[in-house]
Ligand binder design. Structure first.
Ligand SMILES: [Zn+2]
Length: 399
């Protein structure tokens, strides 16, 4: 029996059993989804050929909870909440409890915690003043070993989270220094598929250092398209820096290009989940979750690891509400007069509009997913992905 037909059969059996027990289809949905996750789990010790890291920027435990309640009126309804392997990943910087995206993502990508604001450099870096040693990223390991690589973001492709996959800098704000590093890689031929936004601001920062998209394109014989639709199908290594990005379409397009890679691939997809605007942030999580479900339906979990996590948490909490009520009561009134306060008090949701220090979820399914368990520092996720491939990190360079 194929995995899909087994999943359908299991779902049908659970659903019919639940219905005959007098449960509504909606109530029967939760156990059916749990059964699907178990059936989809790969056997342990399977080695991954491909790794996909889904990074919900600021997507903490309470954010996932609120997203499920907002979209489905029930907890535990997100697809990723059915995945079999869960750990809690600790995100602090070397000197501060609360992390920004730069330290958070650098820690995940390199296995080395650093300072806030620093992009994949050792903690001896002084932000904006002096470099630390570059810390080798998972993407660089993958490039070195001949895998294809992709980086996709709903945000600027030079902002901290995507930057930490392909660049090294002592300040996340130095986009004119960060972005060109995608074209001058330390290993392999660099990021193969790059889809993100930030066209205007990256362009301005390139100009400030005497460069431009055109100059980079010419120097490296690699067009930098302004829209996803402009990249022709014949371009196997497209770079798109747009004003806006359809992350769902971009990710499926990237899979088209990566999944034939003989040595496998590494793909990082970032989707912003900050809830400064709580409805927008939670909707991003729901949309991201649907994308992840679509990706899971395409890949073979016997040779692919899917890992979902966040770079740091965020202060959103559901502190009221009942089944059948609208979760975000009071949102429209706030939205029409948002103010600039740090605290947003809706009827059932309190938003403290800042990053927070508590651990974030790490959820996994597929080859090597069983290593995600317990509480751990976020640097463990680097080790989990390396171990999934069966790789060892280089000896520390000493810094
Ligand atoms: Zn972040």
């Amino acid at each position: 029996m194929t995995t899909i037909s087994r999943r359908l059969l299991v779902s049908a059996l659970v659903l019919s059993a639940a219905l005959s027990a007098g449960l509504s289809p909606a109530m029967a949905q939760a156990p059916a989804r749990a059964a699907v996750a178990v059936a989809a789990e790969a056997p342990p010790t399977q080695r991954a050929k491909n790794v996909i890291l889904f990074l919900a920027d600021a997507g903490g435990v309470s954010t996932l909870n609120a997203a499920s309640l907002m979209a489905y009126g029930e907890p535990l309804q997100l697809h990723i909440q059915q995945w079999p392997h869960l750990g809690l990943s600790e995100t602090s910087a070397v000197d501060q409890f609360v992390s920004d995206s730069a330290n958070g993502m650098s820690s995940i990508m390199t296995g080395v915690k650093t300072r806030n604001g620093v992009i994949s450099q050792s903690p001896s870096a002084v932000r904006g003043r002096s470099d630390g040693a570059p810390t080798k990223t998972l993407l660089e390991y993958a490039e070195e070993r001949g895998l294809r690589t992709g980086v996709i973001s709903s945000q600027s492709i030079a902002d901290a989270t995507p930057a930490a996959t392909y660049a090294h800098a002592n300040d996340r704000g130095k986009w004119g220094e960060i972005f060109p590093q995608a074209f001058s890689p330390r290993f392999g031929d660099g990021v193969d598929v790059m889809f993100g936004v930030g066209r205007q601001k990256i362009g301005e920062q390139l100009a400030a250092v005497g460069s431009s998209f055109d100059a980079l394109s010419r120097a490296h014989d690699r067009p930098i398209y302004a829209r996803l639709e402009e990249a022709p199908a014949s371009n196997g290594r497209p770079v798109v820096v747009a004003d806006a990005m359809d992350v769902h379409a971009a990710t499926l397009r990237a899979l088209d290009l990566l999944e034939g890679a003989p040595e496998g691939y590494f793909l990082m997809v970032e989707w912003d989940a900050h809830t400064d605007d709580v409805r927008r942030g939670l909707q991003n999580v729901v949309d991201f979750d649907k994308l992840i479900e679509a990706v899971q339906a395409r890949v073979d979990l016997n040779d692919t690891l899917l890992l979902f996590t966040a770079d740091h948490s965020f202060g959103v909490q559901v502190d009221g509400g009942r089944r059948g009520e609208v979760l975000l009561e009071g949102y429209d009134a706030w939205k029409s007069a948002p103010g600039d306060g740090k605290l947003v008090r809706l009827d059932r949701v309190l938003v403290n509009r800042t990053h927070t220090a508590e651990e974030v979820p790490a959820l996994a399914v597929g080859a090597g997913a069983e290593r995600v368990r317990g509480y751990f520092p976020n640097t463990r996720l680097f080790e989990v992905m390396m171990a999934a491939w069966g790789w060892e990190a280089d000896a520390a360079s000493g810094d």
